[in-house]
Structures are given as structure tokens and as C-alpha cells.
Ligand binder design. Structure first.
Ligand code: AMP
Length: 182
């Protein structure tokens, strides 16, 4: 079970797609699933447009329903809080070899990459609003970083802190190398 973690715009989706070209992972992308759910649920859409997080129970139900025992899993966007990280480790670290890939970049790089996504027309509702972008970055530093730092110390899982502020191929090779390390 690979956990792709990192702030907004670090390239979680891009790296997840590249990884899937090499190996058939089941990709569990909570943001994408929730954007689909938001199409028919205004409450979810409003929370996401503000750049806020959805409730713990909604996320754990969604993730649990998608975790299948005999497949290699690639989680992207989950966990995002300490509570979610603890839930995942408590319930699944015995059943899976967990490897956290923390995509580490400075905030300036995140902002540049979100800007690029907007310029390329791939921006989302929550990219359109400067306040929502700021809120998502703040949530990353204040809420997701504690989860990442907690996961660093969990025994019996692998944790790789990877600087992906360089060029795409170079970044992706670092990820592949980390996944190959025993
Ligand atoms: P993403 O595409 O991963 O940036 O996620 C888009 C939005 O979906 C987030 O800003 C949250 O509103 C919601 N979301 C995705 N994953 C989670 C999660 N693990 N916990 C809570 N909310 C989430």
C-alpha cells in the first residue's frame, strides 16, 4: 500500500498516473471520488469549493469501501489528518506493507504548480479562488504535516521523504528508486 502524500500541486496525480503505467495499482484518489460525489451533493461541493476538509467518517467509509485485500494500492489524497493516518495504520498496517512517499516541495513550488494547472485549463473549482487555495495550503501545513510527521515515526512501515522540486523525470526516478529500496 503506497501512500502518496504532499501539499497542493506537488504532482500526486501526475506521479500516480506514471506509477500506474508501470504496475497495476488500484488507485484510490479521494479528491477525485469526492468531486464526483459533489456533482450530486451541494453540501459536499460547497465544502470542497471553500477548500475545507470533509468529515472523518465520510472519508474512512469511502476508503474502507475501496480497499481490496489482494491488490497493490496507491492512495492519493488520504490520509490528510492525524486522525485519518491513525485509523489507516491501526486498521491496515498488519494486512499491507505500507510505504509512505512524502512528496516534499517548498510552498513557492506548490503555488507555481497550482498556477500552471490553472493556466493549462486543468484548474478545478477550488483552484479558481485565491482564498480557497490559501486555505488548502494552510490545512496542509497545519493538519496534514502532523500526520506526515507522525507516520515518519511509525515502526514497521516505510517512509521516504523525497524532494520533488526538480524536473519531472528526475523527480519520478527518485520515487521509483525509493519504491525499489528494501
Ligand atoms: P484533492 O484533489 O486531493 O486536492 O482533494 C480535493 C478536496 O477533496 C479537498 O480540498 C477536500 O475538500 C476533499 N478531500 C480529499 N481528500 C480528503 C481527505 N483525505 N480528507 C478530507 N477531505 C478530503
Amino acid at each position: 500500500m503506497i501512500l502518496l502524500m504532499g501539499g497542493q500541486g506537488v504532482g500526486k496525480g501526475t506521479f500516480a498516473n506514471l506509477l500506474q503505467e508501470r504496475h497495476s495499482y488500484k488507485h484510490i484518489e479521494t479528491g477525485k471520488m469526492l468531486r464526483e460525489a459533489a456533482n450530486s451533493n451541494k453540501n459536499i461541493a460547497d465544502i470542497m469549493a471553500r477548500g475545507e476538509l470533509l468529515p472523518f467518517e465520510m472519508l474512512t467509509e469511502l476508503v474502507a469501501a475501496n480497499i481490496t485485500p489482494d491488490q497493490d494500492l496507491l492512495l492519493d489524497g488520504f490520509p490528510r489528518t492525524l486522525e485519518q493516518a491513525k485509523w489507516l495504520i491501526n486498521n491496515y498496517s498488519k494486512k499491507f506493507n505500507v510505504h509512505v512517499i512524502y512528496l516534499n516541495v517548498p510552498e513557492e513550488v506548490m503555488i507555481k504548480r497550482i498556477q500552471k494547472r490553472i493556466n493549462e485549463g486543468a484548474g478545478r473549482a477550488d483552484d479558481a479562488d485565491v482564498a480557497a487555495i490559501r486555505r488548502r495550503l494552510d490545512i496542509f501545513w497545519n493538519t496534514t504535516m502532523p500526520a506526515i510527521n507522525w507516520l515518519r515515526e511509525v515502526p514497521d512501515i516505510k517512509f521516504s521523504d523525497i524532494d520533488v522540486s526538480g524536473e519531472l523525470n528526475e523527480n519520478f526516478n527518485k520515487i521509483l528508486n525509493a519504491l525499489e529500496e528494501k
